[in-house]
Design a protein around this ligand. Sequence first.
Ligand code: ATP
Length: 502
Amino acid sequence: MSMGAPNMDVLVSLSKRRGFVFQSSEIYGGTGSCWDYGPLGVELKNNIKRVWWRDFVQQRADMVGIDASILMHATVWKASGHLDHFTDPMVDCRECKHRFRADHVDALPWVHYCPATKGNKFTIPAGEPCGHCGQRRTLCPNCGKGELTAPRQFNLMFKTFMGPVEEDAAVTYLRPETAQAMFVNFDNVLQSMRLKLPFGIAQAGRSFRNEITPGNFIFRTREFEQMEIEFFVNPNDRVDGRPADEYWHDRWIEDCMAWFRRYGLSAENLRLREHERDELAHYAKRTVDIEYRFPIGWSELMGIANRTDFDLKQHAKWSGKSLTYFDDERKEHVVPFVVEPAAGVDRALLAFMADAYREEEVRGEKRVVLKLHPELAPIKVAVLPLLKKREDIVRTAHAIRADLAKHWRVVYDDTAAIGRLYRRQDEVGTPYCVTVDVQTVGDRERGETGDLRVTIRDRDSMEQVRVPIAELGAVFRELLDGAPWSQVSGRYPAPVTKASGP
Ligand code: ATP
């Protein structure tokens, strides 16, 4: 029985308790909006990036990847428009000096000293009027006393200096998106790989934005990772009777949506949002966001923009280099249009965790389980000895772990009774447990030989089957390649007595 979606506090606490995400520099009181991925978090994050790269780069004939430097020539940001336009409107409270993004103020709960109740203090939900005096918010939502300044534009790029002298000529920026490296390297990639349009260049890596109001755990941070694709198309081509850029834009929206569904996000928690004309970025012809129903409400998970030929033209203009493609058929040089699917790794991780989280009741007890897709799960298999005092059981369990670990992340755990061990693995999303018991190794004192079989337990159904040790590798290859549990469980007997409850 499921007991509802988690709120953010539940995810933050699970993340800390089980080694997914820690607050950065916590022993010094933490750093604003920076988070560290722990032993399980780094596995989950790497798995997300790995399957994204496999599905969108490795498996496609029309995609290649790069890994560019974070520090780029300062002119890149002039040409791209980031120096002039990558700003958010910021307002300050004249009393408490708190700073807000002007367009976020109305989405915050607000503090109100109500004149109708002798100045009593209330915290009122975002966007609602006071239930006593009917007033709407005009003052600072944080202190309820100060007036807010008029909005001022604030550039989100982190500035730094390249080299030993802190002078204007040495100013450079930490990249606020990975995309520009794909445009700047367009000709290098085109020439070295001899590509034909349409083709895409992908990159996954860190980006930095000095966000005015970061927060909501790993949803909005100042240092984060992106997985971006710049997919170049010939604007003169038509596909299915439509301009190629429009066709490919829709294709990428569909493919990205299907990708998130495939790795576990439920359809009812995903939706598309078309950008209104007046909110489109200066370079965009059309932008569609994939939104996810995060614990904080519907918010952007990724954006898919048609950036036209804006970036290549700008870089050609500022660098003086030609960034065109020779169209063999029409015998002319063209500046490709670009469709950009841009996803955040951290937001994807938060969405996958939130969607996978379940609280179930099993025989009167609460079971917390992360039903992560096996490809994403940080640990694929946990090998558990039923009796840690039996040297032969422990030895066999270690040997099984070492063998399976040649292919997957597999752990050994003997620090609790078997029921507890199962619960711990459920909570971190481990799809399968292997239990080694007396039946496996036999009982020499009684003259009994073992059957050399172990119990495999499936996380989601909690069903168990007895599988020969010699077949474990093949069985896990099948299961972790995507075979349903029933396909495997049908071939093996259930244990006569279960190792312990479910
Ligand atoms: P938002 O409107 O939420 O600020 P954005 O539209 O500026 O995001 P893009 O520039 O389209 O974001 O970046 C692509 C993706 O990178 C986003 O969909 C998101 O997943 C991720 N991303 C952007 N900013 C952040 C951030 N500060 N923290 C974490 N992820 C981010």
